[in-house]
Design a protein around this ligand. Structure first.
Ligand code: AMP
Ligand code: MG
Length: 340
């Protein structure tokens, strides 16, 4: 299959909408990462997402809509959900709600909840509106790889597997949406992302972060979100995440680095001088910048065939929690405590 990558102008969006209606796949920019979309109501179209990505079928998809009221057709919208939609939609917040029957099981991996989001990126909104259908879309990467934040990243992973990529420039947020479970008692974050726990709690009060956000699941432990079980966001090189104070982490990283031949450090802008003489990339000065840069950095290190990556950590609050969740998973939970 020939993959076209086109600037996301009105013509290209119209063609993308037609492809969606015909049951084909379209990769498109969102404010979080690039998505790989299909008509959520067309079982075969959704099946082809799993094939194109090599995604395990037990990992459900987020359904994207262009108008808040369209959520009513997909799921039972609670008062809390309405509050959050008003506050954070369109934007990087995915809500898990009890599903209505006509969503195909393949979208939700047979679960009785559905994940719904209204993206704020103008190209995503225009595509979904013009398509006239809810759009099931995971990130547009091969399963397990770092999520794509540019059209070129999508091309690297899916060239020859999908007909169209809409190029809308780099994604702004850079990590995926926050997944918030509203189906049980206390609202619970299953995946931290573009809207922070603090922002959500500011609207609806007590909000938990699922413990599996920052630790691996035991083999026989049930996963509230099937995605927690899969290896994710991984570069080809081995990544080690180092926690601890600035000085202790730098000393540990320098020692680990010295024992390797083909290594690289990911460090905060302010800490770059601590790694003089080492190969080092700059993750940015704050958590939002690190989120914006992270996946592009992991792909860049793949292109350089770096074998060992040592990443500094961030405080696990605000956007820092989303960055640390991605780093911990990219590291397959190889986390070193450097001490105070
Ligand atoms: P991605 O499509 O790569 O952005 O991943 C979507 C995430 O949302 C995965 O971690 C899924 O496991 C999670 N998710 C989607 N739908 C559901 C659902 N119905 N219940 C629990 N988690 C879900
Ligand atoms: Mg993904």
């Amino acid at each position: 299959m020939l993959t076209q990558c086109r600037a996301a102008d009105d013509d290209a969006i119209r063609d993308g909408a037609r492809l969606l209606r015909e049951g084909a796949l379209v990769a498109f920019p969102t404010e979080t990462v690039y998505g790989l979309g299909a008509n959520a109501l067309n079982r075969n179209a959704v099946l082809s997402i799993f094939k194109a990505k090599d995604r395990p079928c037990d990992n459900p998809l987020i359904v994207h809509i262009a108008r808040q009221e369209d959520a009513e057709e997909l799921c039972h919208v609670t008062d809390r959900a309405t509050l959050l939609m008003r506050a954070f939609w369109p934007g990087p917040l995915t809500l898990l709600l009890k599903k209505k029957p006509y969503i195909p099981d393949i979208v939700t991996a047979g679960l009785d909840s559905v994940a719904v989001r209204m993206p704020s990126h103008p190209v995503a909104a225009a595509l979904i509106l013009a398509g006239g259908v809810p759009v099931a879309a995971p990130s547009a990467n091969r399963s397990g790889r770092p999520s794509p934040t540019t059209a070129q990243h999508v091309m690297q992973d899916l060239n020859g597997r999908i007909p169209l990529i809409l190029d809308g420039g780099p994604s702004n947020v850079g990590v995926e949406s926050t997944v918030l479970d509203l189906t049980a008692g206390v609202p619970r974050i299953l995946r931290p992302g573009g809207i922070t726990r603090e922002q959500i709690a500011g609207m609806i009060g007590n909000t938990e972060v699922d413990s599996a956000v920052m630790r691996p699941l035991d083999p026989d432990e049930p996963a509230l979100s099937p995605g927690m079980r899969h290896r994710h966001y991984a570069p080809r090189g081995h990544l080690t995440l180092v926690k601890g104070s600035r000085e202790a982490a730098a000393a540990t990283i320098r020692a680990l680095y010295a024992a390797q031949t083909n290594a690289c450090v990911i460090a905060h802008t302010d800490n770059l001088p601590l790694y003089n003489g080492l190969r080092v990339v700059d993750m940015g000065r704050d958590a939002s910048t690190a989120a914006h840069n992270l996946f592009a950095i992991l792909r860049q290190l793949d292109d350089l065939a770096v074998a060992h990556i040592f990443a500094e950590s961030l405080p696990e609050d605000g956007m820092g929690l989303a960055v640390m969740n991605r780093l911990a998973r990219a590291a397959a939970f190889d986390i070193v405590e450097a001490g105070p």
